[in-house]
Each structure stands twice: as structure tokens, then as C-alpha cells.
Design a protein around this ligand. Structure first.
Ligand SMILES: C[S@@+](CC[C@H](N)C(=O)[O-])C[C@H]1O[C@@H](n2cnc3c(N)ncnc32)[C@H](O)[C@@H]1O
Length: 175
């Protein structure tokens, strides 16, 4: 499937249920600032805007960001701030909600630690991270491509323990 076809299809896909859950548990007294990391065409970014958030949405693909700028044109520089960037370089604002649906495992393994640190340091106490990890049993992980970040469940627990030990809550990990 071409990237352009993928982007169009992604716009009509349903918003991920974990993102809906995240909106229900985030501390609503925080400033409503969210990040969509690896946003693609921005289905989830627009969903968060519709729920009252200002959304900083980034993707390494200029095609993805161009498509988001088309469909979210009316929000740009109001509540939508799109940028071509990547996980390890993006400069995060202080954030109540970080969404990384089907994206973060595309981070190169050698860059994942700095990307994760960059991401988690921006999350406000009471904020929520919502995203997918790729486990070793995933069919893509088994291809041995070498360019995907693969995490066993125990690795994920350790990531959250280290990142959020001071912030408190490591709850809500779904398998
Ligand atoms: C499967 S798509 C998911 C897109 C979107 N989150 C969604 O659910 O529709 C993965 C996205 O991650 C982006 N991506 C891959 N590697 C990235 C990186 N290192 N930094 C930022 N984005 C990246 C891709 O360009 C692609 O848009």
C-alpha cells in the first residue's frame, strides 16, 4: 500500500479505544495541551482537538503532515500545531496527554531511550501517555527487520517504572 493510500485509509479508521479511555482518566484540571507523536494524517489529533485540547502533532513524514494541514486547516496555529519531526528530536511542550498510537515502535532501537526520555519528561503529573508497543511475538517483530523497537511486557513495566516513579501512577497498562 502506498503511503498516500495508507494516510487516506487511516482517516476513516475508528479512533483507538485507548485514546478515548485516556481522555476519561486524564486530570482535567491540567492545561489541555496534548501531543500526537507519529500522528500520520492526524485522525487522533483532530479527535483530541474536538475534545478541547490544543494539539502539537508531529510525524517524520512530510506527506503525513501535509495531509494533516489540509484536513485540519481551520485549526492551524489556533489549536493545531503540526510539525515534521521525529521522536528523539521533537521539542515537547509540557503536556497533559501524549498519544502515540501505532507509531512509537517505529523509533530506531538505538534512539528509543532518548526518545522515551524526551517524551516522558514532558508529561505533567496527572497526565496520561496513551500508545502502543510492539512485543516480540508480533509478526512484524519476528521479521527481524532491525529497525523497530521491540519490548517484552517486562521491558514496558521497567520503562514506566523508571519514567514515572516520581510522578506516581504506572497504572492502566493493557495487554
Ligand atoms: C502506522 S502509522 C500511525 C499513524 C497515526 N498514529 C495513526 O494511528 O493513524 C505510523 C506513523 O509513524 C510515523 N513515524 C515512523 N517513524 C517515526 C519517527 N522516527 N518519528 C516520528 N514519526 C515516525 C510514520 O511516518 C507514520 O505516519
Amino acid at each position: 500500500m502506498s503511503e498516500q493510500t495508507y494516510l487516506e485509509k487511516s482517516l476513516s479508521a475508528a479512533v483507538y479505544p485507548p485514546l478515548k479511555r485516556a481522555l476519561g482518566v486524564v486530570d482535567t484540571t491540567l492545561h489541555r495541551v496534548a501531543v500526537d507523536a507519529g500522528c500520520g494524517a492526524g485522525r487522533d489529533a483532530l479527535f483530541m482537538i474536538e475534545h478541547g485540547y490544543s494539539v502539537h502533532a508531529f510525524d517524520k513524514s512530510d506527506k503525513a503532515i501535509a495531509r494533516l494541514e489540509e484536513i485540519g486547516g481551520r485549526y492551524i496555529n489556533q489549536t493545531l500545531f503540526p510539525k515534521v519531526s521525529c521522536f528523539e528530536r521533537f521539542v515537547y511542550p509540557k503536556t497533559a496527554l501524549i498519544n502515540a498510537c501505532s507509531s512509537l515502535f517505529f523509533c530506531a532501537p538505538g534512539l528509543f531511550a532518548s526518545a522515551w526520555q524526551n517524551l516522558t519528561h514532558s508529561l505533567l503529573k496527572g497526565g496520561v501517555f496513551c500508545g502502543h508497543f510492539m512485543g516480540p511475538d508480533d509478526s512484524w517483530a519476528k521479521m527481524g527487520r532491525g529497525d523497530l523497537s521491540i519490548h517484552a511486557y517486562s521491558d514496558i513495566l521497567a520503562l514506566f517504572k523508571d519514567a514515572f516513579a516520581l510522578a506516581g501512577d504506572v497504572g492502566g497498562l493493557g495487554r
